[in-house]
Design a protein around this ligand. Sequence first.
Ligand code: COA
Length: 159
Amino acid sequence: MAAVLKPDELIRPMQKADIPWVMAIEQKSYEFPWTDGIFSDCLAVGYRCFVMERNGDIAGYAIVSVAAGECHILNICIHERQRRLGLGRRLMEYILEHSRAEGALMAYLEVRPSNITATGLYWSLGFEQIALRKDYYPARRGREDALVLACVLANPAVI
Ligand SMILES: CC(C)(COP(=O)(O)OP(=O)(O)OC[C@H]1O[C@@H](n2cnc3c(N)ncnc32)[C@H](O)[C@@H]1OP(=O)(O)O)[C@@H](O)C(=O)NCCC(=O)NCCS
C-alpha cells in the first residue's frame, strides 16, 4: 500500500499560504466546495492536511483526521487537469500509510454514490461500504445520500 511517488511529485504538509491555490482547485472540483475558512480551521485544529506537488505546483490535497485508532478522510482532491495520472491513488496510499504509522487501524470516508471516479478509486484500495447516510449531501435538486466506506489498515493482533 506504500505510495511510490514519481520523481516530479512531492507530498508535504499544507501551510496557510497554500490555501488560495487549494481553494482554486476546490472551487473547480466540487459543486458545493469548502470555504477557505474550513481549510483554515482544519489547519488550526491539527487535522493532517497535505498538499501534493507535481513539478513544483500544487496538484492536489488531502485533509485527514487521525484519532483514537481511526482515520477519517475528509477531503481528497486532484486538480482537474492533473487527473487520471495516478496522483489520486498515490495521495490516498500516502495518507493511509501515514495514518497507519500514527496508529490508525481503520480508515473511514463518505462519498456520493454518483461520484463514480472516487468510488472506483476507493474500491480498488480495499474500501467497503459499511453504511448509507440518507440525504447527507446538498445536491442540485434536494439532497444526495452518502456511502460510508471503511478500510482495515492494520490488524491490532500483529502490531
Ligand atoms: C477522485 C480523484 C481524487 C481521483 O484522482 P485521480 O488522480 O484522477 O485518480 P487516479 O488517476 O489515481 O486513478 C485512480 C483510480 O480512480 C478511478 N478513476 C479515476 N478516474 C476515473 C474515471 N474517469 N472513471 C472511472 N474511474 C476513475 C480508477 O479506479 C482509477 O484507477 P485505474 O487508473 O487503475 O483505473 C479526482 O477525480 C478528483 O479530485 N475528483 C474531484 C474531487 C472528488 O470527487 N474527491 C473525492 C471526494 S469523496
